[in-house]
Design a binder for this molecule. Structure first.
Ligand code: ADP
Length: 588
């Protein structure tokens, strides 16, 4: 990211300056400081290089001051506490991690707050040392000086001075005590080291911030791509990688975006957006098609997902500017709008399907009523013909009313209004037989079979609703097969953990067109219809199973489908044999 590059460059320059300052320092008459030992780390450019440089600094400081341990503490941005930073000399990572103190408390806190260096003469008896548990780290004595960063004006006058942490040296070698001279020496060292430590701190914070940003970007549900001004990928989150089937581990650093994304429609949009963002004033005349209509820039792309699903993404783009308002990249957000588009498409389809479905029974009703009316004196048709006409009219009126009921029920369910249940000890055989009687007349190519075990049994249910469920399944089984057997299966199953009072397992099995894995997942969704020849020619609203699912749920049950394309399907459902419906309170 160019932000990092700028920041790195700044840090490099600062290190350069620091090195020059230290060279200067070394040339001065500083007898205590062994100039061969105190050197600035070699232009650290990465976090690990900073770590190495800091470790060397800690080691050398400890050596010069002749102490066993050396550690830096800095103020934590979030908690405000002073916390020890790795690497330290003479303390392990665990000890460094535990070494922290609220600002103003303990020995370290006092130095930080007052800005004055201090000598800790005896850690065992010092109250401040106890606050920080210094004795637990094997600390006997020590010195602590503040770490200060200074800002200078062009005349090298100090314009700002701030303390950002402290540096400790603990346990004077050979059991000696620290003296003022040691403090002065550490102050000199701290002055030179402060910039390096501050830079390392800054670098680490930046790296952590960047890490957090990357994690945040990766957890977005939208795809995000940042392309820099050189047309290279600066950032691409996990979701965007998924959209374009790019491995999570594939290194995209500095790769040209056209080498990474191969989706032509998307590349077109990205190119256009990059052009538009780079030359915002340069609005060309809109492109026109052969009919003189404006060709709207497509900002949507269609992608086939790994599980063969067609997904629609909307692409939004925005130029990203640096502090000087220069565009240094373009960020793209890809939002999954498949659902939205599907709903829109379904709405349009629904209107035309419902109109068509309503008209289908109306045509024969109108035709036969007209025929009967035309025969004013009832002399053209025999009574049996008339009866047949009335039967046709009657069954079509039924079909019409079923459809209208379905539509009303969908709207009830959508509004969250529950289904009213008329609980009874229902005779399952009777309910199945009623369904078979209705459905038998519909086809002479199908054999309808009833398969119950035990042959007769009852369960708590609403028999009308149960019939409605079975009517839907059996009618579909006939509709989506060219013939063969349609079997209603019913089993009274013994008590189980999920159904302590036993359950009723029912299924409707056919030898029809079957369903694909993807279709099975969508069964029960509102308006879902398969996209095969049979389903297209059969007609329907895609509401039946949506309703059935709710009716089964009202029985406290669930439904599922087993199916194989070309072989047939079984639509299963299971509900508790006894319903625990709250009884009406008895009136006194
Ligand atoms: P409709 O039959 O009015 O389209 P349904 O909700 O009853 O609506 O069914 C939804 C879709 O599920 C159907 O369009 C069909 O594609 C599929 N389907 C339902 N039952 C079967 C079946 N027995 N065999 C194959 N496909 C089926």
């Amino acid at each position: 990211m160019s932000y990092d590059e700028n920041e790195l460059e700044r840090l490099r320059q600062e290190n350069e300056k620091l090195r020059a300052e230290l060279d200067n320092e070394r040339r001065k008459d500083t007898p205590q400081i062994n100039s061969a030992v105190v050197e600035t780390p070699e232009l650290p450019v990465s976090l690990s290089e900073y770590q190495i440089a800091l470790k060397r600094l800690m080691q050398r400081t400890a050596m010069i001051v002749q102490s066993e341990k050396c550690v830096v503490m800095v103020q934590d941005k979030e908690t405000g506490d002073l916390i020890a930073r790795s690497p330290a000399w003479g303390l392990n990572d665990e000890q460094v991690f535990a070494f922290r103190v609220p600002v103003g408390e303990g020995f370290s806190g006092e130095v930080f707050r007052t800005g004055h260096s201090r000598i800790l003469e005896n850690a065992i008896h010092d109250r401040r040392a106890a606050v920080e548990n210094l004795r637990e780290y094997g600390i006997k004595n020590g010195i602590c000086v503040p770490l200060v960063v200074e800002k200078h004006d062009e005349n090298n006058r100090v314009v700002d001075r701030s303390i950002f942490g402290v540096i400790h040296c603990f346990n004077k070698r050979k059991g000696e005590s620290f003296v003022e001279e040691d403090v002065r020496l550490l102050e000199r060292l701290a002055k030179s080291a402060a910039a390096v430590i501050a830079n390392a701190q800054l670098y680490q914070e930046m790296a952590e911030d960047k890490q957090k940003l990357v994690q945040t970007i990766d957890s977005l549900s939208s795809g995000l791509i940042l392309i820099n001004s050189r047309g290279r990928i600066a950032q691409m989150n996990n979701q965007a990688r998924k959209i374009f089937s790019i491995g999570i581990d594939e290194d995209l650093t500095d790769r040209v975006y056209t080498d990474v994304i191969h989706h032509e429609q998307c590349l077109e949009i990205l190119k256009q957006c990059i052009e538009d963002c780079s030359n915002p004033g340069d609005k060309k005349a809109p492109k026109l098609d052969n009919d003189g209509e404006v060709i709207r820039n497509p900002d949507e792309i269609t992608v086939i997902s790994e599980d063969e699903e067609q997904l629609i993404y909307q692409i939004q783009a925005a130029g990203v500017r640096d502090a000087s308002h220069n565009i240094f990249g373009v960020v793209f957000i890809l939002n999954d709008i498949t659902e939205l588009r599907n709903v829109e498409r379904m709405k349009t389809e629904f209107v035309s399907i419902v109109a068509h479905e309503l008209r289908t029974p109306l045509t024969p009703i109108k035709g036969f009523v007209r025929t009967l009316l035309d025969d004013e004196k009832e002399e053209w048709y025999q009574p049996e013909d008339r009866r047949e006409f009335y039967t046709i009219i009657d069954s079509n009126v039924d079909r019409l009313s079923r459809m209208i009921n379905d539509l009303l029920n969908v709207s009830r369910i959508e509004r969250g209004a529950g289904i009213e249940m008329n609980w009874q000890q229902a005779d399952i055989r009777l309910a199945c037989e009623a369904v078979l009687t209705t459905q038998k007349g519909r086809s002479d190519k199908h054999v309808l079979v009833l398969d119950l075990e035990p042959e007769n049994f009852t369960a708590e249910s609403d028999p009308d609703i149960l019939q409605n469920i079975l009517q839907n399944f059996v009618s579909n089984a006939i509709k989506y097969s060219d013939g063969g057997e349609v079997r209603i299966i019913g089993r009274l199953e013994p008590a189980s953990e999920a159904f302590p009072d036993g359950s009723v397992l029912m299924g409707v099995k056919d030898e029809g067109v079957g369903l694909t894995e993807t279709e099975i997942k969508k069964i029960g969704e509102k308006f879902f219809r398969s996209d095969n020849k049979k389903a297209r020619s059969a007609g329907g609203t895609g509401l039946g199973l949506f309703l059935v699912k709710s009716l089964i749920a009202a029985h406290g049950g669930t439904m599922w489908v087993e199916s194989e394309v070309g072989k047939g399907s079984t639509f299963w459902f299971r509900f508790p044999a006894k319903q625990h419906v709250a009884e009406e309170p008895v009136q006194a």
